[in-house]
Design a protein around this ligand. Structure first.
Ligand code: NAD
Ligand code: WQD
Length: 363
């Protein structure tokens, strides 16, 4: 398959490019490097020994995207491009809505005009909100998000689902207008095609490629647990602050479903393949189904790097849910995918990346 990855120079996109190439697919990347470096794509090429076509562009720029998509005509688009920092989204909501929603609307418009029909989207477990009780299943109602970033994912899911619904209706009325022959030509118009929309709800993607050549490279002070722990372990920061130890959990700290980024990447390979075979809008959790606490992760990282990771207990962080983990049965049943790596591999690979690249890609 020919696959185009928007935001493919980023953390999850670059690992997915490796997994796609390793599975024998062809990959092209579009990125504006607002939170990444082309170096990640070059390294993905080194890991696989294969070429990735790379376009520098803003996915919200419709003219440019029409040009790129017309020359690529991919079998599937995986839409990673987006802004993702929860705290920043509270301070800059309009920027987040503009970028995340616009990129999605632009892609749908371009796909329709070019007769492209398959899209896989990076959603998040954050859409389950605060009131659902884990393990989260895909048929639970979406919840109330605690920040603009979460709402952009919530809305992008809705926009893509509505676009699929309309595409199905359009195909049916086209078929009726052509006496049931959906394949009939209608000069000057692109024949409508029913979309295949695959919404992937990621839990907590962490770790790095086993080679240690690509990994997560946050700018400034990391917002997320694993990059913070990694930077403490490598000596870039003094200690981790654990956000609260008074939750109703066995050790008092929050629990999450940490998924190795290469497991996640392999889930995208299955999702892209599935998108070609099926029509409709389908949601899948990509998680392991196993919750671990903040202190579990601190301990596992210390085991991987050979020395304890220094931490202090601090107050709770606003907006944190106590527990979040997946029921991962649907992806196993329908996509034939399940996570294979555990927290020991996660910490081993994160440490290999961090210790080999203490300043990330040096952007
Ligand atoms: P990332 O920031 O590393 O990657 C996103 C990429 O998109 C970056 O390379 C950035 O430069 C690019 N980008 C942003 N806006 C763009 C635009 N308008 N045009 C072109 N490129 C643009 O983030 P990631 O962790 O790899 O996340 C990928 C996707 O998965 C995002 O949509 C994110 O919201 C989603 N997601 C991430 C997590 C996580 O914890 N990392 C969890 C759930 C969902
Ligand atoms: C994990 C746990 C913190 C940092 C976020 C987004 C979510 C999704 C994934 C994109 C929590 C604790 C953290 C620190 C800590 N992203 N922690 N000290 O909040 O589960 O999810 O990333 O879609 O939308 O909200 O991930 O890594 O920030 O936190 O104690 O310095 O680690 O309180 O319990 P989170 P995280």
């Amino acid at each position: 398959m020919k696959i185009l990855l928007t935001g493919g120079a980023g953390y999850i996109g670059s690992h997915t490019a490796v997994a796609l190439l390793e599975a024998g697919h062809d990959a092209a990347v579009v990125d504006n490097y607002s939170n990444s470096s082309p170096e990640a794509v070059r390294r993905a090429e080194q890991i696989t020994g294969k070429e990735i076509r790379l376009y520098e562009a803003d996915v919200a720029d419709k003219n440019r995207m029409m040009e790129i998509l017309r020359s690529e005509m991919p079998d599937c688009i995986i839409h990673f491009a987006g802004l993702k920092a929860v705290g920043e989204s509270v301070a800059k909501p309009v920027e987040y809505y503009r970028n995340n929603i616009d990129t999605t609307l632009t892609l749908i418009e371009c796909m329709k005009e070019l007769g492209l029909s398959n899209i896989v989207f990076s959603s998040s477990a954050t859409v389950y909100g605060e009131d659902n009780i884990p393990p989260f299943t895909e048929n639970m109602p979406k919840g109330v998000c605690t920040n603009p970033y979460g709402w952009t994912k919530w809305m992008q899911e809705q926009i893509l689902t509505d676009a699929w619904f309309a595409s199905e209706k359009e195909v049916i009325s086209w078929a009726k207008a052509h006496d049931g022959d959906a394949a009939a030509s209608d000069s000057g118009r692109v024949r409508p095609r029913e979309l295949s929309v695959v919404l992937l709800r990621y839990f907590n993607p962490v770790g790095a490629h086993e080679s240690g050549m690509i990994g997560e490279d946050p700018q400034g002070i990391p917002n997320n647990l694993m990059p913070y722990i990694s930077q403490v372990a490598v000596g870039r920061r003094d200690h981790l602050t654990v956000f609260g130890d008074d939750y109703d959990t066995p050790d008092g700290t929050c629990r999450r479903d940490y998924i190795h980024v290469m497991d996640l990447a392999e889930g995208h390979v299955k999702a892209a393949e599935y998108s070609l075979e099926h029509r409709g809008a389908e949601v899948f959790n990509l998680g392991t189904g196993n919750p671990y606490s903040v202190l579990d992760m601190v301990k596992a990282f210390g085991d991987a790097c050979g020395h304890p990771v220094k931490y202090e207990i601090g107050p709770r962080r606003a907006g944190d849910v106590q527990d979040s983990w997946a029921n991962a049965d649907k992806a196993k049943e329908i996509l034939g995918w399940e996570a294979k790596r555990g927290i020991a591999e996660i910490c081993r690979d994160a440490w290999k990346w961090q210790s080999g690249n203490p300043n990330g890609y040096d952007r």
